[in-house]
Design a protein around this ligand. Structure first.
Ligand code: FMN
Length: 263
């Protein structure tokens, strides 16, 4: 088995229509707005699709909302879609080394707000997502993923077992802090997916690193579960008034200042 640790497993691509069954989140633009289309030999392959145009518009629409309207709750079915985006986020070796807490409980959110710089979106939004990463990698945790893979991919093959054996050799005896940092990076990928999905659904969100992780861990009893809080994401709807950031322009570096194209 050839793949180096940290690379994706060979055969990780999922052929077939699994993805096509998921309804597209980005919709609503007429096909003629998708321009320009590049002529190919056999078919027209658009350089941008209506979905990607809407997707980018929605990413431009979203911002780190500073004031949520406490009277507006995000419908459960939209939260479900955002959670599904988290579940679908790719992770190194498919380990998904984090858990997601979806908190509507007002008492728990009221406890978290003061240990999160008093950021009111936590209580004024309707849902608080807490991304909590594994505190380290263990053989049991890795084996659970191995078994899940085997269950869905025709049993334990030598390739599968060999790959995850290598992973255990590389990860299990490593410093817990290094393992946690690796797991937390995977949680950030899911955070990105969640923010993008929320934007597609016109749900507001505020990514937050401004909190005391140890205090949040205590409130949620994460240590006992072998987890550590990484990042928070309140969900809700922007308030009509009182958000200082709402009228401001989105500021991003110019493409030329951050993208190097090597042709
Ligand atoms: C990982 C991360 C942590 C952040 N932490 C906070 C935070 O604690 N409080 C806050 O108001 N904004 C926070 N932000 C928001 C950023 O300041 C904001 O995303 C950035 O300035 C870009 O602006 P925009 O998201 O409004 O487009 C955070 C963003 C990210 C991605």
């Amino acid at each position: 088995m050839g793949g180096a640790i940290g690379q994706d497993l060979p055969g990780d691509a999922q052929p077939g229509g699994q993805r096509s069954g998921v309804p597209s989140l980005g919709a609503g633009l007429a096909p003629e707005e998708c321009q320009p289309c590049i002529p190919q030999q056999r078919a027209y392959v658009p350089s941008a699709t209506p979905e990607t145009i809407v997707f980018l518009k929605n990413l431009n629409w979203r911002y780190a909302t500073k004031k949520m309207d406490p009277t507006k709750a995000v419908p459960a079915e939209l939260v479900e879609q955002i959670v599904e985006a988290v579940r679908l986020a790719p992770t190194s070796s498919g380990l998904q080394p984090f858990e997601l807490f979806v908190i509507t409980n007002p008492d728990i959110r009221a406890q978290i707000e003061p240990v999160a710089w008093g950021q009111k979106q936590i209580t004024e939004g309707s849902h608080l997502l807490v991304f909590a990463a594994w505190d380290t990698y263990t053989a049991e945790r890795i084996d659970e993923v191995l078994n899940l893979m085997a269950e869905h991919r025709g049993g334990l093959t030598p390739m599968l077992e060999g790959y995850y054996a290598k992973l255990k050799t590389a990860y299990v005896d490593r410093e817990a802090e290094v393992n946690y940092a690796h797991a937390a990076r995977q949680a950030y990928i899911a955070l990105g997916f969640a923010m993008a999905a929320a934007a597609e659904l016109k749900v507001d969100s505020t990514p937050m690193e401004g909190f005391h992780p140890a205090a949040v861990d205590k409130i949620l009893g994460l240590e006992e579960k072998g987890l550590r809080s990484v990042v928070l994401l309140p969900l809700g709807y922007r308030a009509d008034e009182g958000d200082w950031l709402a009228p401001m322009a989105k500021v991003r570096k110019a493409k030329a200042d951050m993208v190097t194209e090597l042709d």
